[in-house]
Design a protein around this ligand. Structure first.
Ligand SMILES: [Zn+2]
Length: 1099
């Protein structure tokens, strides 16, 4: 034991003794004792100062000991006790800050206040403040806010005192109510006095003052005050001074602090106006451009970019109306809803709101009495989950009376009539009959439908010989005159690779397809067909700073308006479309073919085009699907394309997805395929205003831009771009026709027309099963008693992937493998492969011709407006009536915001778990059978992810196929199967974008899943079922906890760059330091996303 330690221990015991004495004195608390207390305190202080700090001291409850003492000794004692580091936390937890505020108030009453004491008190508060969550409230309630502000006002030249006071003020301002109160007391102007003019003296003071100012300006009232005081130009000038003088970048914090002030002021409209008037766009543009080469200055560039985006004047989309270019008069207009609205609002300009002055009713709405934000700790609850147990329990509803449903018997010939008769009718015969009956169809129309071979543009590639080596140079001398009938185009021979494809048959099918714009052309990709490439297409890695550089190019349009061409080259709204004759200076566009969607193209720079998508017919929004043709390109030049009227708030284009491109020259030279294309892809909020009419009543919304760059490798090429692999209605008809050819005597295949759509297209219904082994009663009986499987797809036209999955399913079902045979022998398949042919034909993204999402009409479909839904539902009602409800119902969809393939199902229990209505749930018994099929699929299909599945029933989905079929028809295994449009982040295809091969494979594996399900549900294999059940039960708890099961969660990790600049980035750390952010999927804002019900979720 060495001596010094001994001394310390002795000292400690003495301190403790004195503290105990102090406590007793305080207990008695008379005036006489105050003097004694003072003496005791002084002794303690002396001991601590002379003998070092002691940990034991802190065991003492400071509150009960020191703290009726309002004198300097007490303050000094606290100084010593406080020390630094963890002790501050102890100090705060013992109520230290409250005591400090008391001391501050008392000291402030001394006139003049003792400077040394004030300095010490503020230093202590500055240390304790950041550790105390209630610091702001305590400061306000004690009256300390104004003590500090007044002290600052009176001591502006006293830098020694200024620093701790500012440090405390900075902490006060973190509380919004305080910020308003301080603003009223002149704090904003005070901070300006400290930060202006430019001076490198005392930068630490400056830094703190800017932090405080930034925090003050978060309050809209304070921002107004700053604008009224003409402080925006002052801040800009100051920023410019710092930018010029801080050549070695040693004062980043100050420069950033100034930008944060500007960022907060420009949150109000007047602030943005003042910013523009003060030439802020140019100043920040120039400074940022100069900062770009220095990577460490990124935070400055990012914040500047955020401010510029916010202040960029709102533009009008270059359109006459947001309503679709194509008009389709409905037989009757719904009484209410968006479609009715559309027909009513005929006069108003629906592209922008009449006045944008209504954007903000801000500022004065702030009040300083509301409760503290740190008190609203309650968790947001998702109110989209169904909580009504009555609604949750499947309630079989007979729907239409059986007398009415009896007509559907004809679609189930296999169940009733002699099967030998029933197989005679075929799809094609039905179709012909339909078309001939249809008086609206003018046979002459068909004559004008051109095979793409005659369409010019590609005629340069006519062949003399039959070689497939049509190089890219073969058309350099443009034999334009050889076009038309003279030219013979080499059609890639894809017959071997694409057994279901036949170009001539495709053209035949197109002739029977009815489009609203009466299309006469056929797109080459649909004509030639698509052979899935054999190379891998990985998810695109995002290049650092890509969005930022694109946004800077957008800002340049404002800074250098003379560089902008603004040349309209394609415009469906004018009768003479395309607008531009081939002048060699611009690309040529075309979208006038089945499933095409491109409304307008504007050349903004030599190699850059703004593209505008068309709304769904009878609607003024749903811009997502695109499919268009480009020609007249220069080889090797990089073109930038911007689709400027996207609506979703985020997109998989920010997470590795590329657009699809098809080159006709590539096809002719032996590679007829869509390939993932595009570099510098990103998706961000732009400056085109969205009218409240087109935004569902919400004001102040903007559109989003999808931008991508690409170059072309063939001269005189015709290329196509699409959102996803196109799959037209005519393609479906061709595939169905070719499927017939695959029929063997063992296969029972029947194709019926379920109904005709509004647009006059037939909606096919397929029946596939195995022929009975013989005519014996037993075999016929087995045949008729097979369980039914009901499948549908493509209710949403933009989800073309659903059709590719369906193609995989159909091909498997018609296949010759023993598994396929076994499957056919096990079930009767009823399939509606395209629930929304009109939407597909006309290039819609989501709706049918009625302008409505058909997957929201299942509860009460109208036979006139939603015939395909009405009749599909009737088929199911008929089956329920005759006690033949299908074993499985599955509707195939595509998902634009998640990766992998997964299912949504319906479970009362899992819904109840999510909503925490525990009381009623404990005695709920539910068959877990609904989990079996997804579980099986996750085992056999590499793209399928069980973790993404959800079995929650949401209110917003109550009129979807899945929920209605489950609830009303009583099918327990009722699913939506969602396939990604992007790619996979698990399994064999992890890191790859999805292609048609994988989608078709999924369709086939779905069949295999059904076969396995059959074994599990079969009477003879109880043990398997039990295994599965226990397997499932074992995962239950995991499933409930696992956040990914949550239906609304999207596969979009915390964002790389701010897609939406208006999403308040008040958080000081909001600027991304690293673009590739965290890979963590756990999103703390998880619950926030839930409210975005319209854009985020799709079923
Ligand atoms: Zn969908």
């Amino acid at each position: 034991m060495n001596k010094p330690k001994m001394t310390t221990e002795k000292g400690n015991s003495k301190v403790l003794m004195l503290l105990a004495q102090l406590e007793r004195i305080n207990g008695e608390a008379t005036v006489k004792d105050a003097e004694t207390a003072r003496q005791v305190t002084a002794k303690i202080l002396h001991l601590i100062q002379t003998q070092g700090e002691s940990r034991h001291t802190y065991k003492y409850n400071l509150q009960s000991s020191v703290f009726n003492l309002c004198n300097r000794s007490a303050v000094l004692l606290m100084c010593s006790l406080l020390g630094r580091g963890r002790r501050v936390g102890v100090f705060v937890s013992k109520g230290g800050t409250g005591i400090l505020f008391q001391l501050l108030i008392t000291a402030s009453k001394e006139l003049p206040p003792n400077e040394e004491l004030m300095l010490q008190l503020h230093s202590l508060l500055a240390k304790a403040g950041p550790k105390d969550r209630k610091f702001g409230v305590k400061a306000r309630l004690s009256g300390a806010l104004h003590v500090t502000v007044n002290l600052l006002k009176e001591n502006l030249q006293n830098t020694k005192l200024l620093l701790p006071c500012l440090q405390v003020l900075r902490v006060y301002c973190a509380n919004s109510v305080n910020a308003i109160s301080l603003g009223k007391n002149g704090a904003v102007e005070l901070m300006f006095k400290i930060v202006v003019p430019y001076s490198k003296k005392n930068t630490s003071l400056l830094k703190v003052a800017l932090d405080a100012l930034g925090a003050l300006l978060k309050s809209k009232t304070n921002a107004h005050r700053a604008v009224d005081g003409s402080l925006v130009p002052v801040l800009l000038a100051l920023y410019l001074d710092w930018h010029r003088n801080d050549t070695r970048h040693r004062h980043m914090q100050i420069r950033k602090g100034l930008l944060v002030c500007l960022r907060n002021i420009t949150n109000i409209k007047l602030g943005r106006k003042a910013f523009i008037e003060a030439d802020g766009m140019r100043i920040l543009y120039i400074t940022s451009t100069e900062c770009l080469p220095v990577r460490t200055l990124d935070p400055l560039v990012n914040t500047s970019s955020l401010i510029m985006r916010k202040c960029f004047p709102k533009n009008r989309l270059p359109l006459p109306s947001m309503k679709s270019t194509f008009h389709y008069q409905l037989p009757h207009i719904p009484a209410a809803g968006p479609v009715a609205q559309l027909y009513m609002d005929d006069v108003a300009d629906d592209v922008v709101d009449e006045s944008d002055d209504n954007e903000e009713t801000e500022a004065d709405t702030e009040n300083d009495t509301e409760n503290e934000e740190d008190e609203k700790d309650h968790r947001a609850v998702n109110d989209d989950i169904e909580t009504d147990l009555n609604k949750l329990h499947p309630k079989r509803s007979p729907g239409r009376p059986f007398e009415e449903l009896r007509v559907y018997e004809r679609f189930f010939l296999e169940l009733s009539e002699d099967f030998q008769v029933s197989i005679l009718g075929t799809w094609r015969q039905n179709i012909r009959a339909k078309i001939n009956q249809d008086k609206h169809i003018n046979q002459n129309e068909f004559k004008h439908i051109q095979s793409p071979l005659l369409l010019g543009g590609i005629t340069a590639c006519c062949v003399g010989g039959g070689g497939s080596n049509l190089g890219s140079d073969c058309g350099s001398e443009g034999p334009e005159d050889e076009g038309g009938e003279g030219g013979v185009l080499e059609v890639p021979d894809t017959a071997l690779l694409l057994p279901l494809h036949d170009p001539d048959l495709y053209v035949e099918m197109v002739k029977g397809t009815h489009s609203v714009p009466k299309y006469l052309e056929v797109a080459y990709p649909d004509y030639f067909g698509h052979v899935a490439p054999t190379f891998r297409e990985p998810l695109l890695e995002r290049v650092y700073g890509v969005q930022r550089s694109k946004i800077f190019q957008d800002i340049e349009r404002l800074i250098h308006p003379n560089d902008i061409l603004d040349k309209v080259v394609y415009d469906l709204d004018v009768p003479s479309c395309p607008v531009i004759e081939d002048d060699g200076e611009s690309l040529k566009f075309n979208s006038q073919f089945e499933s095409g969607n491109l409304r307008k193209a504007v050349q903004v720079r030599k190699y850059e085009y703004d593209l505008v998508l068309n709304s769904d017919i009878n609607s003024n929004h749903y811009h997502q699907w695109f499919y268009f043709e480009v020609s007249g390109m220069r080889v090797g030049t990089t073109y930038r394309f911007n689709i400027i009227n996207c609506e979703k708030s985020n997109s998989q284009f920010n997470y590795g997805m590329q657009v699809l491109m098809y080159s006709v020259q590539g096809a002719i030279s032996g590679r007829p395929c869509w390939v993932r294309t595009g570099t510098d892809i990103c998706y961000y909020k732009n400056h085109f205003a969205r009218s409240s009419i087109a935004a569902g009543g919400q004001k102040g919304k903007s559109y989003y831009t999808l931008t991508f760059s690409t170059s072309f490798s063939h001269k005189d090429d015709v290329c196509y771009f699409a959102y996803h692999y196109p799959y037209t209605y005519s393609t479906l008809k061709m595939h169905l026709s070719k499927l017939e050819a695959l029929r063997t005597p063992q296969i029972y295949l029947r194709q019926d027309v379920l109904c005709e759509t509004l647009g006059g297209n037939a909606c096919p219904l397929l029946t596939i099963t195995a022929m009975p082994e013989s005519n014996s009663t037993d075999h016929i009986c087995q045949f008729r008693n097979r369980p039914l499987i009901f499948l549908s797809a493509r209710v949403h036209p933009g989800e073309t992937n659903a059709s590719w999955v369906m193609k995989g399913t159909l091909e498997f079902l018609m296949g010759t493998s023993p598994l396929a045979a076994s499957l056919r022998e096990s079930y009767i398949f009823k399939i509606v492969p395209m629930l929304n042919p009109d939407g597909v034909v006309n290039g819609n993204h989501r709706c049918s011709l009625s302008g409505e999402d058909l997957n929201r009409q299942w509860q009460n479909p109208s036979p006139e407006l939603h015939p395909t839904i009405y009749h599909t539902k009737s088929l199911l009602q008929y089956l329920a009536h005759i006690q033949r409800a299908p074993l499985v119902f599955c509707d195939y969809h595509g998902h634009s915001r998640k990766k992998n393939v997964f299912m949504y199902g319906c479970s009362v229990k899992e819904t109840v778990w999510q909503t925490n209505i525990c009381a009623a749930s404990s005695d709920l018994h539910e068959d877990l059978g609904y989990r079996a099929l997804p579980k099986i699929l996750s085992q056999i299909a590499p793209v399928f992810s069980m973790a993404s599945c959800s079995f929650v029933v949401e209110r917003s989905k109550e009129s979807t196929a899945r929920v209605v079929v489950w609830r009303e028809i009583g099918i327990q295994r009722s699913y939506t199967m969602e396939s990604t449009l992007c790619g996979c982040d698990q399994g064999k295809y992890k890191g790859l974008q999805i292609g048609t091969r994988e989608l078709e494979e999924m369709g086939a594996q779905f069949c295999l899943g059904l076969l396995r399900l059959k074994r599990l549900t079969g009477l003879h294999n109880h043990q398997h079922l039990l295994d599965l059940e226990s397997d499932i039960t074992g995962t239950q708890s995991k499933v409930v906890i696992c956040p990914t099961t949550y239906v609304m969660e999207e596969d979009e990790p915390s964002i790389l760059e701010a897609i939406d600049y208006s999403a308040e980035s008040n958080d000081e750390d909001a600027e991304p330091e690293n673009e590739h952010g965290s890979e963590v999927h756990e999103n703390p804002d998880h619950f926030d996303q839930l409210s975005d019900s319209e854009t985020n979720h799709r079923v």
